[in-house]
Design a protein. Structure first.
Length: 288
């Protein structure tokens, strides 16, 4: 009888431990934090009411972020990745998994409309991060990209790093030259990579930069947040890339202005599926 009592107590302790572990996991569903904002961007977690994303508000997986005409939000993920969301935009954090010990994980984002700047963190150094828009699926690896998307068109600009891919209708275009862009229209294959015309994104970059009341405020907030000391937008020692740049948008602007034909990887198209084998004609009988 005593052994039975001990076993019951042990099982009860195990059950309580598992319940506490599950409760702790549920209590910390965050994937990142809001590090800078302008206006009143909102976030809608999957099981909570929509709220304004003030600085310091935690972000959750499957959260929908929406901005109005005067809103901007700078989101910093636990692996050091960052996403700057411009005005009139809507983005969903579809998936975020990260192991801080091994520094590997997965990040997928759905960008249904607006302009965004993504800066890869530790996850993107080992596996590509995926961004889905109405017209294309983008991947970025250890890099910075700027995306403008709506229901009819996606323009993806590769600003810095290893490579960016753009896929639509089973065709993939790969870009490795900073300052080059790919335009994809809904229902069509991606266009050919082309240098981004100098000055063509001045208005969009200004929209992304106007966070926190001054140039560079969002990037400074990201660097001082404590989540990670480096991401793909920072060089050795956490210093911004580029000799004369104090912000990531400065680096993006330089990439656009200095784009050339050198070092661009050829476009890669997936092979079309093989046609089905011909159907054998049965032999005709006598008199057939």
């Amino acid at each position: 009888m005593k052994c039975t009592a001990v076993r019951v107590v042990a099982l009860s302790s195990l059950a309580l431990g598992m319940a506490a572990f599950a409760q702790a996991a549920l209590a910390d569903p965050r994937v990142g934090v809001t590090s800078a904002t302008t206006g009143g961007p909102t976030g809608k977690p999957p099981a909570q009411a929509e709220r304004v994303l003030h600085v310091g508000v935690d972000m959750q997986a499957n959260e929908v972020v929406t901005t109005g005409a005067s809103d901007r939000a700078h989101l910093l993920f636990l692996d050091g990745s960052s996403l700057t969301v411009g005005p009139q935009s809507r983005v969903t954090i579809d998936k975020f998994v990260y192991d801080p010990n091994s520094k590997v994980g997965a990040l997928t984002i759905n960008a249904s409309q607006g302009i965004f700047r993504f800066v890869g963190g530790r996850i993107s150094k080992t596996v590509p991060v995926t961004v889905t828009t109405p017209a294309a699926t983008l991947t970025i690896r250890g890099s910075i990209m700027i995306v403008s998307a709506d229901a009819a068109r996606t323009v993806a600009i590769f600003a810095h790093g290893n490579e960016m891919t753009v896929t639509a209708l089973a065709h993939t275009t790969t870009v490795m030259r900073p300052g080059w862009q790919v335009t994809t229209y809904a229902g069509a294959v991606p266009g050919q990579p082309a240098p981004t015309p100098p000055g063509s994104l001045a208005t969009e970059l200004a929209k992304l930069e106007a966070i926190g009341g001054g140039s560079g405020a969002a990037d400074d907030a990201a660097k001082s947040s404590g989540f990670a000391n480096q991401n793909s937008g920072l060089g050795p020692g956490g210093q911004p890339l580029g000799a004369n740049n104090t912000t990531l948008n400065g680096e993006a602007t330089n990439a656009v202005n200095n784009a050339s034909t050198a070092n661009q990887k050829p476009t890669i198209f997936q092979a079309p599926p093989a046609p089905p084998p011909p159907v054998a004609t049965p032999p005709r009988g006598p008199g057939g």
